[in-house]
Design a binder for this molecule. Structure first.
Ligand code: B1M
Length: 222
């Protein structure tokens, strides 16, 4: 069982989606995350174990390598694709309640800002770490964040901004969220923001990369 879960983790780490996938070349014609996850379920391995000891383990490794500049955006995207392909097999177990998400995380790029590549990477890494992610997209108005937080009873929300001109909207969004909800933790990120800005606007955490956000969230749940 350990070997099969280890193989699943390896496929996620190196972005081997399924047998047909040509990437990575040295794994040509080998089973990918898709086939191996199905095999694990067929062998009776618990879905929660597949998630934690297979998929999440692989995704964590990618997150760390990305932070250390050992892999780049395309590799993260391949890993996320491998992860989401495998997750399709686990979906029924989430729906039945047999496997539970670590929590709900709402994310969006603030109003006026259309950049979403970094935000999507953060969303994928967090989802890949066992969280349910509600992605509100780009150009998200403060009221929409508040509405989503209330609708999903979420405790964690992430704001992304890539423009110096939309940093002010991030500040407005933090204020709107803090004054209309309670117990919410606000994470911020994006190229122009930093920890000094986080303190200035009253957000709870700043991360320069997806892995930092993942580690912050995971630290807060058992
Ligand atoms: Co725009 N753009 N852009 N752009 N764009 C920048 C950001 C810019 C720096 C380019 C430049 O001038 N050198 C500049 C901003 C300058 C400034 O504000 N000081 C700029 C500008 C000016 C503009 C327009 C105004 C251009 C125009 O129309 N005149 C316009 C604005 C549109 C709008 O938003 N209203 C515009 C438009 C666009 C495109 C649509 C063409 C396109 C976006 C496509 C898309 O996102 N779907 C685009 C792009 C691609 C860029 C650059 C080239 C790349 C951004 C990117 O995706 N980086 C960028 C220049 C550059 O960075 N070299 C630029 C890769 C991505 C992985 O990194 O988003 O930083 P990043 O995310 C990182 C971290 O920041 C962090 O994790 C990610 C992974 O490590 N992170 C978080 C991000 N969010 C996080 C949230 C977290 C935690 C971490 O927790 C919640």
């Amino acid at each position: 069982m350990e070997t099969l879960l280890g193989k699943i983790a390896y496929c996620v780490e190196f972005g081997k989606i399924n047998k047909k996938a040509p990437y990575p070349p040295d794994m040509k014609d080998q089973d990918g995350a898709d086939e191996l996850t199905k095999q694990a379920l067929d062998q009776g391995i618990n879905a929660d174990m597949i998630l934690k000891n297979g998929l999440v383990t692989g995704m964590e490794k990618v997150g760390i390598k990305f932070r250390e500049n050992k892999v780049f955006v395309p590799q993260v995207l391949m890993s996320a694709k491998a992860m989401s392909t495998a997750m399709a097999h686990l979906k029924p177990f989430f729906q039945s309640g047999e496997v539970k998400h670590r929590g709900i995380f709402i994310i969006g790029t603030v109003t006026g800002d259309l950049h979403d590549i970094g935000k999507n990477l953060v969303a994928m890494m967090i989802e890949g770490n066992g969280w349910e992610v509600i992605d509100l997209g780009t150009d998200v108005k403060p009221e929409k964040f508040v509405e989503a937080i209330k609708k999903h009873s979420a405790n964690y929300v992430g704001l992304s901004a890539l423009l110096t001109t939309t940093m002010i909207n991030m500040e407005k969004t933090v204020k709107e969220i803090k004054s209309n909800t309670s117990g919410i933790n606000i994470l911020i990120g994006g190229a122009p923001v930093n920890d000094e800005f986080r303190i200035q606007i009253g957000a709870d955490f700043y991360s320069p990369d997806p892995q930092g956000a993942v580690e912050y969230l995971n630290k807060h749940v058992a």
